[in-house]
Design a protein around this ligand. Structure first.
Ligand code: PEP
Length: 252
């Protein structure tokens, strides 16, 4: 049975103190009522060690939002996968459209990052998804397949077990426009089919595929009710504990 997951992506928000306050509040809320899904918080690097320690005895796992495409050395300002792992973080989000667009992360660069993350014992939440122009041209399937082929379909079946896919249509991220549950289900089913073609039916059945893009407590139940949607990657609504908990509750 594949995992149901609700993962937050704080992006470049929260000072260390604000992050500690948010994670503490979430930990307290979730301790009162055990969630029916895995809960992950993706945070800036500066929070990782502190929050990994703070959430150690809780249901919450911690994720980085990026890691370097080099193992170590003279790369000023970069943070390696080994460094992320050493904080106690379990996951890293890679391939987010903001990283692809603003930091020019190509499929080749992302492939390096994925390899290093897995070599260092991290699990990867790998983001894919089309732009509005690509959707209007009906290219969403081709875009998703190419992004998978370019950065993760070279992995061995054993390595694949540590991959979570997040389908995030770029036109729905932070825009308030959500894909309809039907639109999301259609492409999730297609992504699962692509995984099956490479890794087989069972591996595809076991792969968690999350939806991301203006997901909130009000639309999460309808999205998560679809058979191929295994949870969400949540940006804006992960920045307030009650909002995030509202989405987690969609799995009740
Ligand atoms: C994201 O950036 O991963 C995301 C889904 O953002 P939002 O929920 O704010 O649309």
């Amino acid at each position: 049975m594949r995992k149901k997951i609700v993962a937050g992506n704080w992006k470049m928000n929260k000072t260390l103190q604000e992050g500690i306050a948010l994670a503490s509040e979430l930990k307290e809320i979730l301790a009162a009522e055990t969630p029916k899904c895995d809960v992950i918080i993706g945070t800036p690097f500066i929070h990782l060690a502190t929050l990994a320690e703070l959430t150690k005895d809780s249901v919450i796992a911690v994720s980085a939002e990026n890691c370097a495409d080099k193992a170590s050395g003279a790369y000023t300002g970069e943070v390696s996968a080994a460094m992320v792992k050493s904080t106690g973080a379990e996951y890293v989000i890679l391939g987010h459209s903001e990283r692809r667009e603003y930091y020019h992360e190509t499929p080749e660069i992302l492939k390096e990052k994925v390899d290093l993350a897995l070599e260092n014992g991290l699990k990867v939440i790998f983001c894919i998804g089309e732009s509005l122009a690509q959707r209007e041209q009906g290219e969403q399937e081709a875009v998703c397949k190419a992004e998978l082929a370019g950065s993760v379909f070279h992995l061995t079946p054993e390595q694949w077990k540590n991959i979570v896919i997040a389908y995030e249509p770029i036109w729905a991220i932070g825009t308030g426009k959500t894909a309809t549950a039907e639109q999301a289900e259609e492409i999730h089913a297609y992504i699962r089919k692509c995984v099956a073609e490479v890794y087989g039916e069972q591996a595809a059945e076991d792969t968690s595929i999350l939806y991301g893009g203006s997901c909130k407590a009000s639309n999460a139940p309808e999205l998560f009710a679809k058979p191929d949607i295994d949870g969400g990657l949540i940006g804006g609504a992960s920045l307030k504990a009650p909002d995030f908990k509202g989405i987690i509750d969609a799995w009740k």
